[in-house]
Design a protein around this ligand. Structure first.
Ligand code: ADP
Ligand code: MG
Length: 316
């Protein structure tokens, strides 16, 4: 790609937005200055065409989602996002595509005060790898391993919208615009993640599906949980798609929601609710951590839901 540098200048170079970026795009590597009293939190995610987004997805949404899924991982750790890098593989130089992609990507990066500090641009099948870095006060990162019996299980926002959109998309049926928006432009729950520091005993973001992701917390923490599926927060669109109690399985296995799923000790629940009053994301209690390993999911009082399909596994 002869014009790689022009492309970067045109679409990705910005005035340094953060004083902790000593050197951003343009040299062999970025130079960043994390505060001495913080831990650095680092994550990376790849999006591949037709695996993580359908080929027909508009490039602005792809850019948004590439940034969002990484910011969501930082949120789940309670980290404040700071710096991003972007490795982009493109089949050809399509300026209109790049303009829209970078618009979606940088808009979200700007929204959370993060800076794009470097990357790589290569030719090949469309894919992108984003690395996101963030900061937490030393020792305060929230992990998957701290849940204790008696803790409540909570989730932010609503679940199942992205999954419903994907199901309808695959079957060629009309998709409620709100659900499509949730699939293509997920909102990373960064502010919620910051609030959870010192409150949540364990946290994860819902990427593979609520049940699958909760199991990661339970396995990491050596505990079990009892969930009430019908307590799960869903939009009117998803609620309309649920007919029988068994249908409640659907939003619980749907991936791509990028909500935060976390556990909180009972004595910290009032503080949690108080803190969420100031946020745009809602918070809902959907179950409880128990000592006995395993996950029991009820749908109301009588029905117990079983899960064969436990979320999305790329190698299954
Ligand atoms: P090098 O060959 O030294 O690794 P490159 O030629 O790949 O450097 O990149 C030149 C500069 O542009 C580097 O600072 C790199 O971080 C940045 N860069 C390359 N591609 C991107 C991209 N897609 N987004 C942001 N920065 C990029
Ligand atoms: Mg170099």
């Amino acid at each position: 790609m002869a014009s790689e540098f022009d492309l970067i200048d045109q679409f990705f170079l910005r005035r340094a937005a953060r004083p902790d970026v000593i050197l951003g795009i343009g040299d062999d590597a970025a130079v960043l200055r994390p505060p001495v009293d913080c831990d650095l939190v680092l994550t990376v995610d790849t999006l591949v065409e037709n695996v993580h987004f359908p080929a027909a997805t508009d490039p602005e949404s792809i850019g948004h989602k590439a940034a969002a899924v990484n910011l969501s991982d930082l949120a789940a750790m309670g980290a404040e996002p700071t710096w991003l890098t972007l490795a982009l593989t493109l089949p050809s130089v399509d300026k209109a595509w790049l303009a829209a992609f970078s618009k979606g990507f940088l808009r979200l990066a700007d929204q959370f005060g993060t800076a794009l500090v470097g990357g790589d641009t290569t030719r090949g099948p469309l894919s992108m790898t984003v690395q996101a870095a963030g900061l937490v006060p030393r020792g305060q990162a929230i992990t998957r391993t701290g849940a204790l019996a008696g803790d409540g299980v909570f989730v932010t926002g609503e679940i199942g919208d992205a999954g419903l959109a994907l199901t309808l998309l695959t079957s060629g049926k009309p998709i409620p615009p709100y659900c499509l928006q949730r699939l293509n432009r997920p909102t990373p729950r960064v502010e919620a993640g910051l609030v959870l520091r010192g409150i949540a005993s364990a946290a994860i973001d819902v990427s593979d599906g609520l049940v699958a992701d909760l199991k990661h917390i339970l396995a990491g923490s050596g505990t079990g949980a009892v969930l009430d599926a019908t307590a799960a927060p869903v939009s009117d669109e998803v609620r309309a798609s649920l007919v029988s109690p068994a249908d409640w399985r659907q939003p619980l296995v749907a991936g791509d929601d990028y909500e935060l799923l976390f556990t909180v000790p009972a004595e910290k629940e009032p503080l949690l609710r108080e803190q969420f009053c100031g946020l745009t994301a809602s918070v809902t209690r959907i179950g409880q951590v128990v000592e006995k390993p395993g996950l029991l999911v009820k749908a109301g009082d009588d029905e117990t839901l079983l899960f064969d399909e436990e979320g999305y596994d790329h190698f299954r």
